[in-house]
Every structure is written in structure tokens, then in C-alpha cells.
Design a protein around this ligand. Structure first.
Ligand code: HDD
Length: 717
């Protein structure tokens, strides 16, 4: 190395930089990974084990003896194998991937991972629900966590975000309060994973800064279709700082390439019982099948000089920056392409922290963020059992951590050398800090002055304007869903006075909304005119305007013996071309035989699955229809899919099943043998099966719309 020229050094450095890519974290994790296939069993002390089934006893029917070190070791480890769940976001699911920036972001930030489009920065993401315990269900109404750890060459950078761009409260001081209110009530620990109970709504009506967040929580955003189909937001306002030291305010966004889509409430509740792991399964299977979820990283940037130019305080975490006012620039893409090897070791032990930033990213005085900067580090000390959790493989940066910190529970590193203090002369003051120009993290030199005071800024006092803005931005269907969510949530509140207070509080958002809420919960309509002066909307927040695609959606195909093979085959082939997946459902597993005598394998049965697990349903023609017409399970399947506004299709005799199901307000194809399918509010039917491609195209087109809300309207009217 001593003979290296400067150019050599640069080259050496660059090529190391190139290697430090996507696989750096994977390789690091692999050095900790073990696989016991074909290995002989040994104790934790490495002693070969001769019998793992029987404890050591004084006689075959006698008591176990103390000297059975193998039994004691095995049992002790088992007795201690649980750790505390996260105090919030206990239930989560993680995956690995990588991030690539589209172009150098040098003007905005010096963050190294945002400079070189050829570098793939390894990433670990953990999605979560907030309120429920580790074993609760995925599809409950809740905010979803979207926490991302970038393993950059300058250390770990975490965006610890949610799928909603704002928060319940403005000051971290109130975080324990909102969490105590929303968690199960303390006397009986009921209800699990739900905000629909008295203490939460008592908190809401007595803390009106929650109004805006409640609107989002009760909107479709509270029940995502998939982790792959939700946005992520850093929520808090951060700073980007460039190489010249110029700082700007920034908000982070994740935008899913599959668009933002949600379940309907009835479906979400049923899924919570039928498949409590619905979102886990969805993410795991998508990655296993190579449908890698992708999200673009967006940033909204506000110049320091413009800090006070908005009609909201840009540091208030109960406010978002409407995209129409502050555009989102997409600057790179995250791809999730690898499932974990071990849930506990990776997902459960992952520890995120808003304070994990790298040079080029800094904080603001957002009072929620300020409190978070304390909480995340603190909470890991109890959850992960001490100060060395950064040494747990999933949490290790891919850069070395070199400092004078020593000892503590579960220390893994063996630090050589006798100095663990600074300044020292014995080891030449190693390790030594590096200056800003050498890459050392230096906090942005924001000028701060003020008297010590426990108070809220006047500029945080408006609790309703953006709640109205959000309401104004909703489509008719989204508004209807919000009202129905209020009816459910408040319908579960026992105290009538709280129910009335909810009506009165949300009258401040919109009078029409308050009146509708009142109707469903036995409360009085608001007694005075309501609403705010806001008449504008932010179309970007309506899911109606999101990306729509059928790609990766899942269709249930119902078949019994004597279906038409050629119809099924053509449709499945057509689906494949669009990236749509199909599963075959019948009343037993095994195989069914087509009219042509071909056998196909069944994936699920009416016992193991339900329409709520699919995006759409299709019934091919054939004599099997005669039996399907008598099958309650098949009709139930179709009715539920219909109720949940899903795409439904049938060909040939299959159409008889739809006709028999009496789908309200729907036209299906008659016996005229028309070559074009009939498309009626998301129900597609064709009798002429000579060419199934026009049917498949119409079906996939309907599927890409996600749901056909117009049906809900006719059901409720
Ligand atoms: Fe938090 C976990 C997101 C406010 C304190 N939070 C946690 C996780 C996410 C968020 C995604 C789970 C991370 C993981 O997967 O391990 N939290 C947010 C967002 C907030 C927010 C977007 C609003 C902007 N949080 C917030 C406040 C505090 C906390 C105001 C306290 C002052 N959050 C925590 C915590 C948790 C946590 C207690 C529990 C487990 C953990 O940190 O590791 O520290």
C-alpha cells in the first residue's frame, strides 16, 4: 500500500466504493448465519448430544437429576426466549432490498447515498401496525408503520415513517397519552388492536389537534390492501444540507409503483379472522414470486427563506405540505427483493431511530421530532436488553463503528488496546475524530434563541383547516367510507356524551360530515353552523387519483369436475401476460378433471379460503356449473366479492352462476353468442368463448380499477 500513488489510492477507494453495494449487508448478515442441515447436534457449549428426547433420570420412572446439563441448558434458553414487544408498532414484518438514486442530489444534500446512481444502497424495511400486540391481526384499522434503514457508506440512515403524512399530536410530550388512550383499556385489556373504544375517543374530543389525523385514520388509508400498495411518509420535517452548508427543509415520501389501494371495512374485519397474516403473506409471497415491491423516494423541499410563507406552520406535524403547493420530486427507487432468513433475528431485533442520520441530513425544531430523538434509542435499551443492540447483525452499519464505548450486556466486539478514552497519547489518540471536510458529521449551525417556556406556538393553534382540506379532497366513495368508519368507531363507544362530543368536534371540520356522523350513532346533529373557510382540495391525497394497475393482483377461479379447459387455459395465459396471478378453488384439494379429460391441481378449497383473500373471481364455463349452481359456498364467494366491489367474471355456462346469484343492478350476457363481453359495473361476462382474449382484456381492465365503488352506492341507496 505504501507504494501506491495518489491515483492508485483513488482507484482503490473507488473500486471499494463500487463493491460496497447491494450485497454488502447480505454478506455481513451471512457471516452470522448458520444452517444446521446435516449437522450433528451439540449443546451451546459445543458438546455432542446423544439424546435430545429424554431427561436424565434416577431410574426410568424416577425424578430428573440436577446434573442434566443438557436439560437445564435447553429449558433455560427456552424460558428466556421472549423479549418485550415494541411498546407501539409491536406487530411488524420486514424485508430486505436496495435503494438507488436517479441522479446526483448534490445541490440539495451531501448525503453520499444520494450521489451516485450506480450505487445500490442496501436497505431493510419493517412495516407495522401501531396499536395491536405482536400476535394481533394485519388488517385492523390503524396507521401503518413504514420504517426504512439505509445501510449507507456513511453509516445507517433511518426514515421511521408511517403511511399517513401527519400525526395525532403536535408535541412528543403527549405521545404516552395518545398511546395510553388508544391501546386496550387498562382494566380488562379490551379491545385488541382497535381505536374503537371510549378512552381513545375521550382523548380525541379533549385534544382537538387530533382532528386532522382522525380524518386520515378513518379514511381508506387505515385499511391498506397491501404493504406494497401504501405510501410512506417521514411525517416530521427534516433538513437537507448540501456540501456548501446550505440547508433546506425537507419531507420524505415513499410512493408505491402499484398505487395506493385499500380494503373495504367488512372485508378487513373478516380477513382479520380468516387470515390474520394477510399483509405478511402478501409481502412474503410477492417477494418469493419475484414481484418485487417498488417505491419511489420523493422529497418536498422548502427553502429556509420561505419558512413562514405558508398558511400552516411547516414544523407542525399535524399538517402536511399539499403536493399542489410544494411539489414532490421523486429522486430514487427502493426495491424489496429478499425475505428474511429468520424473523426474530432480523425483523424483531431491528431497531429504528429517527436520530440515525448521515452527513447531509439534519433535524428541525418540529417538537414531535425532538421528542422522538430521545425515545427511539431509549426504548431499545429495555427491548433489546442493553446498550449493545447496535451489534445485533441486522442493526450493524456496513461501516465499522470505532469509538471508546466499551462493555455492557452482550458485548460482542473484542476491542484490542489499552486506551478507551480520549484524548490519549498511549495509542496516539486513536480513534480520532474527523473534521467536517474529512466527512465528520457536523450539526447544522441553526441559530436558536428563546426563553425557556412550556407552551405551544400560536402558529400550531389551527386544528381544523387541513382536516377540511382533506375532506374536500375525497371522492364520493371515500367520503362514504369515512362516514361509515365513524359509525363503526363511535358506535363502539359506550358513553353517549363522548358520541355527542365527536359530532360537535367534527362539525368544526364540515357540517355535512357531522350531520352524517350523528345519524348513525344516535346523537343529535350539530346545533350550530360548522366547517372552516377552506374550500380548496388536494387531489393528490385522494386514492381515486392513484396509479391503477392489475399487475400482481390475485384472482380466484372456481372450478369443479367438468369445467372447460380451453377457457381456463386461455384466461390464465392472458392473466400471466398482465402479471396477474390466479388460484384455483374447489371443494377439495387434489385435482379436478375438465370436460376434455384434463386434470388440474387445486390450490385452495372453500374451507381454506374466502373471497376476501382475492382481488377478483372468475368462473369458466362447462358442465361443472350445474353443480356450482347448487353450491352455497360458491354463491357466497361471489356475493362477498360483489359486496366488496371486486371484479367478477364468467364465461359460457359460468354466466349462469352469475345470473343465478342475482347481483343487484348488474346485466350479464344473454344467449346471443356475442363475441364481445358485457361489462356491467365490474362484472364481465361472455357466452362466446371462441376467443377468450377480449374477455381477458376486459376482465384485467376492470381488475386494474381495484374496486367498483358505484356498486356500493346502489347497495346503500
Ligand atoms: Fe414512533 C416505533 C413511526 C411518533 C416513539 N414509530 C415506531 C415505528 C414506526 C414509528 C414506524 C416502528 C419502527 C420499527 O418497525 O421497529 N412514530 C412514528 C411516526 C411518528 C412517531 C411516523 C410521528 C411522526 N414515536 C413517535 C413519537 C414517539 C415515538 C412522538 C415518542 C416520543 N416509536 C416510538 C418508540 C418506538 C416507536 C416508543 C416503539 C418501538 C421502537 O420505537 O423501536 O420509540
Amino acid at each position: 500500500m505504501n507504494n501506491m500513488t495518489n491515483d492508485d489510492r483513488k482507484h482503490h477507494h473507488d473500486s471499494r466504493g463500487d463493491q460496497r453495494k447491494e450485497n454488502d449487508k447480505k454478506n455481513q448478515l451471512e457471516s452470522f448465519t448458520v444452517d444446521h442441515t446435516d449437522k450433528e447436534m451439540r449443546t451451546n457449549q459445543g458438546v455432542p448430544v446423544s439424546n435430545d428426547d429424554d431427561s436424565l433420570k434416577a431410574g426410568k420412572r424416577g425424578p430428573t437429576i440436577m446434573e442434566d446439563f443438557h436439560f437445564r441448558e435447553k429449558m433455560t434458553h427456552f424460558d428466556h426466549e421472549r423479549i418485550p414487544e415494541r411498546v407501539v408498532h409491536a406487530r411488524g414484518f420486514g424485508a430486505h432490498g436496495y435503494f438507488q438514486v436517479y441522479k446526483p442530489m448534490t445541490e440539495l444534500t451531501s448525503a453520499k447515498f444520494l450521489q451516485d446512481p450506480s450505487v445500490k444502497t442496501p436497505v431493510f424495511v419493517r412495516f407495522s401496525t401501531v396499536v395491536g400486540s405482536r400476535g394481533s391481526a394485519d388488517t385492523v384499522r390503524d396507521v401503518r408503520g413504514f420504517a426504512t434503514k439505509f445501510y449507507t457508506e456513511d453509516g445507517n440512515f433511518d426514515i421511521v415513517g408511517n403511511n399517513i403524512p401527519i400525526f395525532f399530536i403536535q408535541d412528543a410530550m403527549k405521545f404516552p397519552d395518545v398511546v395510553h388512550a388508544i391501546k386496550p383499556e387498562p382494566h380488562n385489556e379490551i379491545p385488541q388492536a382497535s381505536s374503537a373504544h371510549d378512552t381513545f375517543w375521550d382523548f380525541v374530543v379533549n385534544n382537538t389537534e387530533t382532528a386532522h389525523m382522525i380524518m386520515w385514520l378513518l379514511s381508506d388509508r387505515g385499511i391498506p390492501r397491501s404493504f406494497r400498495m401504501m405510501e410512506g411518509f417521514g411525517v416530521n420535517t427534516f433538513r437537507f444540507v448540501n456540501g456548501q452548508g446550505k440547508a433546506r427543509f425537507v419531507k420524505f415520501h415513499w410512493k408505491p409503483l402499484l398505487g395506493v389501494h385499500s380494503l373495504v371495512w367488512d372485508e378487513a374485519q373478516k380477513l382479520a379472522g380468516k387470515d390474520p397474516d394477510f399483509h405478511r403473506n402478501d409481502l412474503w409471497n410477492a417477494i418469493e414470486m419475484g414481484d418485487y415491491p417498488e417505491y419511489e423516494l420523493g422529497v418536498q423541499v422548502i427553502e429556509e427563506d420561505d419558512e413562514f410563507k405558508f398558511d400552516f406552520d411547516i414544523l407542525d406535524p399535524t399538517k402536511f405540505w399539499p403536493e399542489e403547493v410544494v411539489p414532490v420530486q421523486t429522486i430514487g427507487k427502493l426495491t424489496l427483493n429478499r425475505n428474511v432468513d429468520n424473523f426474530f433475528a432480523e425483523t424483531e431485533q431491528s431497531a429504528f431511530h429517527t436520530g440515525n442520520v448521515v452527513p447531509g441530513v439534519d433535524f428541525t425544531n418540529d417538537p414531535l421530532l425532538q421528542g422522538r430523538l430521545f425515545s427511539y434509542l431509549d426504548t431499545q435499551l429495555i427491548r433489546l436488553g442493553g446498550p449493545n443492540f447496535h451489534e445485533i447483525p441486522i442493526n450493524r452499519p456496513i461501516t465499522p463503528n470505532v469509538n471508546n464505548q466499551r462493555d455492557g450486556f452482550h458485548r460482542m466486539t473484542i476491542n484490542r488496546g489499552i486506551t478507551s478514552y480520549s484524548v490519549n497519547a498511549i495509542q496516539g489518540n486513536s480513534p480520532h475524530p474527523v473534521s467536517k471536510s474529512e466527512g465528520g458529521y457536523v450539526h447544522y449551525a441553526e441559530k436558536v434563541e428563546g426563553v425557556k417556556i412550556r407552551a405551544r406556538s400560536e402558529s400550531f393553534k389551527d386544528h381544523y383547516s387541513q382536516a377540511t382540506l382533506f375532506w374536500n379532497s375525497m371522492s364520493e366513495a371515500e367520503k362514504r367510507h369515512i362516514i361509515e368508519a365513524f359509525h363503526f368507531e363511535i358506535g363502539k363507544v359506550d358513553r353517549p356524551e363522548i358520541r355527542q362530543q365527536v359530532v360537535d368536534m367534527f362539525n368544526n371540520v364540515d357540517e355535512g360530515l357531522a350531520k352524517e356522523i350523528a345519524k348513525g350513532i344516535g346523537a343529535k346533529p350539530p346545533s350550530k353552523p360548522g366547517g372552516t373557510a377552506v374550500t380548496t382540495s388536494s387531489p393528490a391525497v385522494s386514492q381515486e387519483n392513484t396509479i391503477k394497475t392489475a399487475s400482481t393482483r390475485k384472482v380466484a377461479i372456481i372450478v369443479k369436475d367438468k369445467f372447460h379447459f380451453h377457457e381456463l387455459k386461455q384466461v390464465i395465459k392472458g392473466f400471466k401476460g398482465y402479471g396477474v396471478h390466479a388460484e384455483l378453488i374447489s371443494d377439495t384439494l387434489g385435482t379436478v378433471k375438465s370436460e376434455e379429460g384434463k386434470e388440474i391441481h387445486i390450490d385452495e378449497t372453500f374451507t381454506t379460503s374466502e373471497s376476501v383473500m382475492y382481488d377478483a373471481v372468475f368462473i369458466p364455463g362447462g358442465k361443472h356449473v350445474q353443480q356450482l349452481l347448487l353450491e352455497d359456498d360458491a354463491l357466497h364467494f361471489i356475493h362477498e366479492a360483489f359486496k366488496h366491489a371486486k371484479t367478477i367474471g364468467a364465461s359460457n355456462e359460468g354466466v349462469d352462476v352469475l345470473a343465478n346469484a342475482q347481483l343487484h343492478g348488474i346485466a350479464v350476457s344473454g344467449t346471443d353468442n356475442s363475441p364481445t363481453p358485457i361489462v356491467s359495473k365490474g362484472v364481465i361476462s361472455i357466452r362466446n368463448a371462441a376467443n377468450m382474449s377480449s374477455f381477458t382484456n376486459a376482465f384485467v381492465n376492470a381488475l386494474s380499477k381495484h374496486r367498483h365503488w358505484v356498486r356500493e352506492k346502489q347497495q346503500s341507496s
